[in-house]
Write a protein that binds this ligand. Structure first.
Ligand SMILES: NC(=O)c1ccc[n+]([C@@H]2O[C@H](COP(=O)([O-])OP(=O)(O)OC[C@H]3O[C@@H](n4cnc5c(N)ncnc54)[C@H](OP(=O)(O)O)[C@@H]3O)[C@@H](O)[C@H]2O)c1
Length: 273
């Protein structure tokens, strides 16, 4: 059954992990395009600052919900707030995430479990809230709604210090899965050449270990992060924008580049025969 979604400027969007990074950028972009927003994360001060920014025009466009998405009851409260404030929601974005860098034998089981609670179980809780709401709504005009699950390349491909993360949702993971199925050795080689060196670089700033009893100010596994920053604190390499956005922005270059790559592949196969 085809689901008809409202245009973005008529939507109420629930967005987890809105206090920094991708979530913060997404909140600003969606607000600029007219969406009303329910913004969730643990850092309440950062969320309030963001709401003040988005509501500056006078209209109540964004509300904040301080919530730990690893707790099912907190996720339920996000949905309840959306309905109480705006009467419904149309899109639910499971974006909140954390990860741990460390060797698999050194990261504690407690931390592994916490990563799973935040990145995997939160997606289950969020999807259940969204589906229950969309089913119950049946309001005719655009009944149903969207769920967007933000995935990661690391859900499918191992890197030396990023083993604890194992989430397999979202379009990025689907793309990786497809590439992994079609060209498994090529994808592994890409990881070894491009990901492993940056993971193993010894100038990579690492945080002291954070525990529930002694949180570190800039870590965010057990307690809220510092909020209101779009880019991370890692001093390493930053991409300015995603490959997908670059490809969409320059379609001619993308088609030409893909053609050249395909021809190169065919030529290398022909010379090997
Ligand atoms: N940046 C990348 O290169 C990249 C690549 C692949 C996938 N991703 C995925 O994209 C998503 C966003 O990443 P990002 O780079 O924007 O990270 P980020 O800047 O660290 O933001 C993470 C967000 O999640 C929130 N969060 C973390 N734990 C939470 C919890 N228990 N409950 C509620 N909110 C929580 C954080 O807010 P509080 O600390 O205030 O709770 C923050 O708003 C993540 O799922 C990440 O895995 C990112």
């Amino acid at each position: 059954m085809a689901v008809r979604l409202r245009p973005l400027d008529q939507q109420v969007v629930v967005l987890t992990g809105a206090s920094s990074g991708i979530g913060l950028s997404t909140a600003r972009l969606a607000a600029r395009r007219g969406a009303r927003l329910v913004l969730a994360a643990r850092n309440e001060a950062a969320l309030r600052q963001l709401c003040d920014e988005l509501n500056a025009g006078g209209e109540r466009r964004a509300v904040a919900v301080a919530a730990d998405v690893a707790r099912e009851e907190d996720v339920a409260r996000i949905a309840e707030t959306a309905v109480a404030e705006f009467g419904r929601f149309d899109t639910w974005v499971n974006n909140a995430g954390v990860s741990v860098f460390g060797e698999t034998t050194q990261v504690t089981i407690e931390d592994f479990r916490r990563v799973f609670d935040v990145v995997s179980w939160s997606v289950v809780y969020g999807c259940r809230q969204a589906v229950a709401h969309y089913r119950s709504r049946g309001d005719g005009a655009g009944a149903g709604g969207a769920v967007v699950n933000v995935g990661s390349l690391f859900g499918d491909r191992a890197t030396p210090l990023h083993g604890p993360r194992d989430m397999f949702v979202g379009s990025q993971a689907k793309t990786t899965a497809l590439a992994g199925a079609l060209f498994p050795r090529l994808v592994d080689r890409y990881m070894e050449r491009h990901m492993w060196p940056s993971q193993m670089a010894d100038d990579r700033p690492s945080q002291p270990r954070e525990t529930p009893d002694s949180p570190q100010p800039t870590a965010a596994l057990w307690t809220a992060g510092y909020g209101m920053h779009v880019r991370g604190s890692n001093a390493g390499w930053h991409r300015r924008r995603s490959y997908w956005v670059a490809a969409r922005t320059h379609p001619v270059r993308t088609v030409a580049g893909t053609g050249v790559a395909a021809l190169g592949l065919l030529a290398s196969r022909a010379t090997r025969r």
